[in-house]
Design a protein around this ligand. Structure first.
Ligand SMILES: Nc1ncnc2c1ncn2[C@@H]1O[C@H](COP(=O)(O)OP(=O)(O)OP(=O)(O)O)[C@@H](O)[C@H]1O
Length: 248
């Protein structure tokens, strides 16, 4: 299993952002849904080895991220798109993606090709030489996705990657997700149920730091059938039903 976590918690002072999560995931796309503050970002940051858990056991790509040498091996094979992307405004798109390729220790001889492929895959080929400060919000999102996939990651974590993308780009991006999910474990947090329906084989729903549902999108939809739960789409009604039951 590429992700194997047991009873993981993460506290920030008195807040328990993640409250005892156990889950495992192999290759494929897993959608992570949940209301604001549910703990999605905190969980993704632990899976990205950005923050350690307060307690519990995390194994990623059959390694222990708590051990420095193993953490480094995980990071070489990991891609992460954080919610807020930091970048040097004067870097070009190519320089930005190249910088991450070097951080991830992609062999120097492979870097130019890996960068060009990643930039093309997110549809930024015609902006490759543009400076980051001149990109639109949606283009910046795509540059963020390019840096995450430049090392052909086996574990790819994306925090609301479709926020700010126009409909055409969202459709293209879901295709890319399905593609990547053929070989990699992809976890994508999103507020858009269309992303889940179109791109994810599995969906986990978080609330109050816990996973209150884990199954297929069809199973989540089925939970809302015949219910009066709020939602315009069948999947949204499943989502609302599960949340209402978890809170009752
Ligand atoms: N660095 C931090 N310091 C203090 N509290 C934090 C920190 N990060 C997250 N929290 C708290 O932990 C809880 C979970 O936050 P998190 O960002 O993980 O949720 P989320 O599901 O990603 O939300 P959203 O959908 O709004 O992005 C919230 O109560 C939040 O205020």
């Amino acid at each position: 299993m590429n992700i194997d976590i047991t009873d993981v918690t993460r506290r920030f002072g008195r807040t328990r952002a993640v409250a005892g999560v156990t889950m495992s995931a192999g290759p494929g796309v897993l959608g992570l849904l949940g209301p604001n503050g549910a703990g999605k970002t905190s969980l993704l940051r632990m899976l990205a080895t950005v923050i350690p858990p307060t307690s519990g056991r995390i194994r990623l790509l059959e390694r222990d991220p708590g051990v420095a040498a193993q953490r480094r091996a995980i990071r070489r094979r990991l891609g992460y798109v954080p919610q807020h992307l930091g970048y040097y405004p004067s870097f070009t798109v190519v320089e930005f993606v190249e910088y991450f390729a070097l951080l991830k220790e992609v062999p120097a001889a492979q870097v130019p090709r890996a960068v060009a492929t990643a930039v093309e895959r997110v549809g930024l080929g015609d902006k490759a030489r543009a400076r980051m400060r001149t990109l639109s919000g949606g283009m910046l999102r795509r540059a963020g996705i390019a840096q995450a996939i430049v090392n052909d990651p086996e574990l790819l974590l994306l925090d609301e990657p479709t926020a700010g993308l126009d409909p055409e780009q969202r459709v293209a991006f879901r295709g890319l997700l399905r593609d990547l999910g053929q070989t990699a474990t992809v976890v994508v947090s999103t507020h858009l149920v269309e992303d889940v329906g179109a791109a994810c084989a599995q969906v986990a729903l978080m609330d109050g730091g816990r996973i209150v549902f884990h199954g297929t999108p069809q199973e989540l939809t089925a939970r809302g059938e015949g219910r009066t739960a709020a939602g315009d789409a069948p999947l949204e009604r499943g989502y609302s039903t599960v949340l209402a039951e978890a809170r009752s």
